[in-house]
Design a protein around this ligand. Sequence first.
Ligand code: ES4
Ligand code: ZN
Length: 334
Amino acid sequence: MPLPKAELHLHIEGTLEPELAFELAARNGVRLPYADTDALREAYRFADLQSFLNLYYELMAVLRTEDDFADLANAYLARAAAQGVRHAEIFFDPQAHVARGVPMGTVVEGLWRALGESEANHGVSTRLIMCFLRDESAESALLTLEAARPYLDRITGIGLDSAEVGHPPAKFREVYEAAAALGLRRVAHAGEEGPPEYITQALDVLGVERVDHGLRCVEDPALVERLVRERIPLTLCPLSNVRLRAVDTLADHPLPAMLEAGLLCTVNSDDPAYFGGYAGDNFAAVHESLGLTRDRLRELARNSFLASFLEDDEERRARYLAEVDAYEFGDDVS
Ligand code: ES4
Ligand code: ZN
């Protein structure tokens, strides 16, 4: 049995495995420019974030109906449960779908069909986080928040993703203020490819409670000190960082030093279908390549529940934390 954990950095569109992509393409009469699943997997050699995003947006063409989004989310939740995920806070990118003519309602209703039954079907509690594409305009983000108004009872928070460099957090001040006024929780990708100042901006201008990635904080000791002092959680994604070349190899990842510095780190999978692994695979990888001890892995699992948006269900959080404390590692670590 794997270590119980929460997944806090997971793009549902990034869980689209090649097999399901071809199945949905056939169902919807969409032609994919790849001969088969092997040819598609061959395309998974990324030079950076943008080269990944190009493929990520291209493959979304197969997602058209509520059924498609429900099937996608159910497939993810089954895999996550098998890797010890007990709670998942799931990102989705409505603008990428609305731009292709798929309405917001189709996306949210479809995802919700899977998420609403996830506890019963998979034993995984869930939250939904709507991300804005930072390479789109601030106006488009505001229109997206407006379009989401009928569905806000199912949306816990907002995030910010896609191409980071050249699109600083401050560009989205207005929509984050509007979201806060609506009672939505706030996170943002910052410091994945972008500089440490983007992390500071996400905190000071957008009021984020959690930073997605935050990897490049290590370049600024004063920022690290602040993140430690304010107990700001970071949702790190080690296998993603390797695939997108944020680090040379997993052995070079700063996670051990970040934990040593007292940062509230969590380990997550980002886009598992593309980056070679789900949550448990990321835990196993940092154990093997970075030599993180079982105590450190337990700390990472505890952190994931401490950093999760479970303020409306503290009983559940306490239950999950007790599961982590009672967990006994076997020979296999994940
Ligand atoms: C993403 Cl790894 C990553 N970074 C930024 N935006 C994203 N959207 C999906 N995966
Ligand atoms: Zn991400």
